[in-house]
Design a protein around this ligand. Structure first.
Ligand code: GNV
Length: 616
């Protein structure tokens, strides 16, 4: 790959114009983790023609801003030029790397699993505002002798003891929509948020067994998130890894015999298992969590992530009928249908178990994707046509609502074709603008929220946050038309402007952004692979990936619309306002803003930690 920043042009050579072929090697500086063979950054569709292509890219600012303009302090930040001038290779996303990298680490030790330097109190270099008191003894020696000191000061900082809940936390149980805690934020902003250790704590139920559906796993780290009293209870991992990636995943669990695996079938090219769900079976009942975080430390550290957490569903009385325990939103039927779609023997006992529980308290609709080519009435089972069907059946337009803007917010972007009509407006927007069975079709504004380079640069993680925003230059250059829809990531109300989003949300808001017609939190990014694409003159829909989310509609909450919550703090146990996780209205990119693209260098301005980004 050739760059010429001064001239504002990027050239992608023919040898690497395929999204699959992000160059590997390289001996200097940082880079995104190499995508796995099954990585979803590899969009589906035709391969690029073997011709050189160019894309206009604005030159980066020449003068690095003063360190004081950066959001978060760090030791490294005080000498950004040092790191700029002598960049050193490091691993951007350690555990995603564990998944993707086919090559062994370079021997520096920085590509080790997160679980090697986690919360038992290892090295602490980063000086966040709220630095944890150093925990004595333990593995400090080990970490410091086995590895060279990090030149980046980006090792994880331990959270203070009171980061985790010691009694049942005050949570808003109206919507049961929560964000994950962010290390380094003012305490206020983490109230009402949940760390994975909170979710798995005995305060939430006496765990008997669990299932973890996800894309990326650090098994040793995951095991440590379970409280010691539940740590050896059976865990089933549902994943999509094949071949070498699968072997590495299974290898991670050799010393954890209670951890078993279920490989989701992925028969369509470029499909991935993105679904992120926990099934928690307790003495007291059963709980479902549908979320956006991978089971790796980086995903629960300084990112904005979201979840729907069900209440504890009690066990049904012995001998209850087939249809017992259904919710007004048919959540039970739809969850069972989603699980059945895996056709996996390992999930059978969980299907039986769920049937024995009362899920009637669920007030959300399940919106899943499962790979396949669907025709006839099956077209509406998954992806955006499933959402379209739900919006037609369960929303009722209030006057003028057909002009309400649609907002989509995501952390990755697939290939959507040479112009907006090919999928985005022709197909996806049609779903997003569905309201009841009204035939009034309008084209309201479509606001797409995705971090700009500047958002990533000034984030808590700095450029390494971009390792979880895998929009590739090869995809971006084919759809410059898309960037006209882009809006910045801002989240002042939740304190998360500098916690880059890995959450994905979609909603319909009133023109003054004070009300919502509906809200969706999901694993699904803006891609045809996730949401499905029509084929064969619209008689078939093809879905490549597994995805899962929940849809909130006002009618299930006896409301006409959801008011948007204005001041989320202090958290109360019930509020009627919906806690939208970022600022409304979304702010348009300025002419200087560029969307974050993960596989091009950013060397003109240092990030929060004084580093630059040079993909290898
Ligand atoms: C970086 C992710 C997920 C997910 C899936 C990726 C990729 C990739 C790169 C982050 C990620 N894929 O959460 O499901 O290359 O596919 O977070």
């Amino acid at each position: 790959m050739d760059q010429d920043t001064q001239h504002g042009k990027w050239t992608v050579s023919s040898s690497e114009d395929d999204d699959e072929a992000i160059p590997l090697s390289g001996t200097t500086t940082a880079g995104p983790p190499r995508p796995a063979a099954s990585g979803h950054s590899s969009p589906p569709g035709p391969k690029l023609e073997p011709v050189a292509a160019t894309v206009e890219v604005k030159p980066e600012p020449v003068d690095p801003p003063a360190a004081s303009s950066l959001a978060v302090g760090s030791e490294a930040r005080q000498s950004p030029l040092t790191n700029q001038l002598s960049p050193v290779k490091f691993e951007t996303s350690p555990s995603l790397a564990g998944k993707r990298k086919k090559e062994p680490s370079d021997g520096s030790g920085w590509a080790l699993s997160d679980s090697d330097d986690d919360d038992d109190g290892d090295v602490k270099r980063k000086s966040l505002g709220k630095k944890a008191p150093p925990s004595p003894k333990k593995k400090k020696q080990k970490a410091e002798t086995e590895r060279p000191p990090s030149p980046y000061g980006r090792l994880y900082v331990d959270d203070p003891e009171d980061f985790f809940e010691s009694s049942v936390p005050c949570l808003d149980d109206t919507y049961r929509f929560y964000l994950t805690k962010v290390t380094g934020l003012d305490r206020k902003y983490n109230s009402g948020a949940l760390h994975i250790r909170d979710i798995l704590s005995p305060l939430f139920g006496t765990l008997k067994e669990s299932v973890q559906f996800n894309y990326c796993f650090d098994i040793a780290w995951m095991v440590k998130q379970y409280p010691s009293e539940f740590r050896d209870r059976p865990v089933l991992i549902v994943h999509g890894d094949k071949r070498e990636a699968k072997a590495r995943l299974l290898q991670q669990a050799t010393s954890y015999p209670h951890v078993r695996f279920c490989q989701a079938k992925l028969d369509i090219a470029f499909g991935t298992h993105h679904t992120k769900m926990m099934l928690l079976w307790y003495e007291e009942g059963f709980r479902v969590i549908i979320m956006t975080s991978n089971l790796i430390r980086a995903d629960w550290y300084q990112k904005t992530q979201g979840m729907w957490m069900s209440p504890v569903f009690p066990r049904l009385p012995e001998g209850s009928g087939e249809s017992a325990g259904e919710s007004p939103t048919f959540f039970k039927r739809d969850l069972l249908e989603y699980l059945a779609s895996y056709r996996a023997p390992e999930l059978e006992e969980w299907i039986l178990r769920i049937k024995e529980h009362d899920l009637s308290e669920a007030r959300v609709y399940l919106v899943g994707s499962t790979p396949g080519r669907y025709v006839g009435s099956d077209m509406e089972r998954w992806g955006h046509l499933r959402l379209r069907k739900l919006l037609a059946a369960h929303t009722d337009p209030v006057p003028g609502e057909e002009r309400w803007p649609v907002i989509g917010q995501f952390s990755s972007i697939g290939s959507m074709g040479p112009d907006k009509t090919k999928w985005l407006t022709g197909e996806f927007q049609r779903t997003m603008t569905t309201l009841g069975n009204s035939s009034l079709r309008t084209d309201p504004p479509l606001h797409l929220v995705y971090p700009a380079v500047e958002d990533v640069r000034t984030s808590l993680e700095g450029y390494p946050a971009g390792g979880s925003l895998p929009y590739s230059v090869q995809t971006a250059q084919k759809q410059l038309w898309l960037h006209a829809f882009f809006h910045r990531w801002k989240a002042t109300a939740t304190g998360r402007s500098h916690a880059m989003p890995h959450i994905k949300t979609y909603m319909r808001a009133s023109p003054d952004f004070s009300q919502l017609a509906w809200f969706l939190v999901t694993s699904a990014n803006l891609s045809k692979a996730a949401w499905g694409a029509l084929e064969k003159k619209n008689t078939q829909v093809m879905v490549r990936s597994y995805e899962l989310g929940v849809l909130y509609v006002p009618s299930a909450f006896n409301m006409k619309t959801f008011p948007v919550q204005r001041n989320p703090f202090p958290v109360s146990s019930s509020s009627s306002g919906f806690p939208v996780p970022f600022d409304l209205p979304p702010a348009c990119y300025s002419p200087e803003d560029q969307p974050w693209i993960w596989n091009i260098p950013y060397s003109q301005a240092p990030d929060t930690n004084g580093n630059i980004w040079i993909p290898s």
